[in-house]
Ligand binder design. Structure first.
Ligand code: MD3
Ligand code: FE
Length: 202
């Protein structure tokens, strides 16, 4: 059994799970994903532009626009999403499930001013499957709350190569990214942060 470095409100945190070499190889794979399915600027259902840019790999991608939050089998430009890179699936098999692979690997790109407000991930059909997140590039201040809105929160800095697994009660906890520490990593040419979030969708 693989033990996490620490557990925060049920979220298993594997600090430095990915070696620098594996991180660099993953970035190369993601360059291929972004070449096929370009990063786009999502808009919330209320019309607010999000500060992160997104794309995805897998059978589905998560999208948001004026029509709402949902999973779609195609990129907003009409193409199929690329396959989830094998080195990402390998982490899922080790830390999340060997029974079922993820349907979606969401790719979030953060510049130094980007953030993500507290929210729940609840657009999936079955919350019994875990969610797995991989951090690459600049450090990010991650905040975790409760399974209902409000109440006390806790924060932790995520570094490049960290992997998080959200299962059980933690699957529906409020979470977000408050800030990015610009220049803290040289993994990405041009800086910034990429977060991968793998989910079973349906
Ligand atoms: C805790 N992404 O895409 S990853 C998202 O860093 C998202 O881009 C953030 O939240 C990011 O939905 C946070 C860590 C994370 C992801 C999913 C979770 C934490 C989670 C689902 C449930 C609980
Ligand atoms: Fe989320």
């Amino acid at each position: 059994m693989t033990e996490p470095t620490l557990t925060l409100r049920g979220v298993a945190i594997y600090k430095g799970w990915l070696s620098p070499g594996v991180q660099a190889a993953m970035v190369e794979e993601l360059r291929g994903v972004v070449a096929e399915a370009p990063l786009f600027a999502p808009v919330t259902p209320s019309g607010k532009p999000m500060s992160v840019r997104m794309t995805a790999a897998g059978r589905y991608g998560w999208v948001t626009d004026r029509r709402g939050y949902r999973y779609e089998p195609r990129h907003p430009d009409g193409m199929d999403w690329p396959a989830i890179p094998e080195n990402v699936l390998a982490i899922w098999r080790t830390l999340a499930s060997e029974t079922r692979l993820p349907d979606c690997c969401l790719v979030n790109h953060y510049t130094q001013s980007a953030k993500m407000g507290l929210h729940q991930d609840r657009d999936e059909a079955d919350f019994s499957w875990p969610v797995l997140s991989v951090s690459l590039g600049d450090d990010a201040l991650f905040r975790i709350g409760n399974t209902t809105r409000g109440g006390p929160t806790e924060s932790i800095w995520l570094n490049s190569g960290d992997v998080l697994v959200m299962g059980g009660a933690a699957r529906l906890v409020y979470h977000g990214i408050d800030r990015i520490r610009a220049g803290s990593s040289s993994l990405l040419r041009g800086g910034g942060r990429i977060n991968l979030t793998c989910r079973v969708v349906d």
